[in-house]
Design a protein around this ligand. Sequence first.
Ligand SMILES: Nc1ncnc2c1ncn2[C@@H]1O[C@H](COP(=O)(O)OP(=O)(O)O)[C@@H](O)[C@H]1O
Ligand SMILES: [Mg+2]
Length: 259
Amino acid sequence: MTRLELRDVRKSFGALEVLAGVSLDVGAGEFVSILGPSGAGKSTLFQLLTGALKGEGSMRFDGAPLDDHGARFAFMPQRDALMPWRRVIDNATLGLEVQGLSRRAARQRVAPLFAGFGLAGFERAWPAELSGGMRQRAALLRTVVQQRDMLLLDEPFGALDALTRAAMQRWLETMWQGNRWTALLITHDVREAVLLSDRIYVLSARPARVVSEVAVPLPRPRTESAALAREAAAIEAGILDTLLGQPIPISRSSDGELK
Ligand SMILES: Nc1ncnc2c1ncn2[C@@H]1O[C@H](COP(=O)(O)OP(=O)(O)O)[C@@H](O)[C@H]1O
Ligand SMILES: [Mg+2]
C-alpha cells in the first residue's frame, strides 16, 4: 500500500531552481532512501513535506492531499538535533510535549525505550556528555517515540566518524527490522543507502530530479555474509556510475530482479 506519493514536486528560491520535478512513492513499512549530491535540494524536499516551505506539484498521503503535514511525519533534522540545555530525557520527550503530552506522561512513554537505544543510565545526562553516536540515537529516539505515520531522517549519521557511522547504520537496520517503520532517509552515502533501503531514489545535482530508482532486493540483515557484501557492492557501483554520469549497468526487470 502506497503511503506517500509525490508527483512533479518543484521548488525555487527566487531565481535558484532547486527541485525540478521530483516524483516518488513510499509504501507502508518500506524503507526508502533519497540519495543525491550535497546542495541538490534534499533537505528542501523534507521542508516541503513537513510544511515548513511551500512548493508546487502534488503531495499525497494515504491517497489524499497532504495538508496535515505535522500529523503525518516524525522528522529528524540534519543539524541541531538535541537542545544542549535540556537533559537527554527531556530532549527525548520534546516531540511528545509539542504534541500536547505533559512532561510527566511523556517521560513515562520514553523511559522504557532508553535501553533499546543504548542509552540506559544516561537519562539525566546533558547532550554534551554523550558521544556523537549516542546523541544521534537520542535524536532518533525522540523521533520514533512520536509514533507518527512516517519517519523522515535527514542525513542522521552524516556528522559521525566513519566507524561510529558504520556501527549506527547496523544498529538502525536492526531497529528497523524489529519495528518496520515507514521511513524516508536522506543521505549522500551510497553504502548507507544500500545497507538500509528497500528502494533508493537517486537524485541529480541541482536542480534535482530523480535520475534512477534502484531496488535493493537483498535479504536482511545486510551485514551477515561475504556473498551479500559482494551483491551490495555491485549495487553500490551501479549507483555510483549513475551519480557520476556513467551508463547505468543496473536496471530492474518486470519481476523486480536486479540485472
Ligand atoms: N530558505 C532558503 N532560501 C534560499 N536558498 C535556499 C534555502 N534553503 C536552501 N536553499 C538553497 O537550495 C539549495 C539546496 O539546499 P538543500 O535542500 O539544503 O540541499 P541538500 O540537502 O541536498 O544538501 C542550496 O543551494 C541552498 O543554498
Ligand atoms: Mg541537506
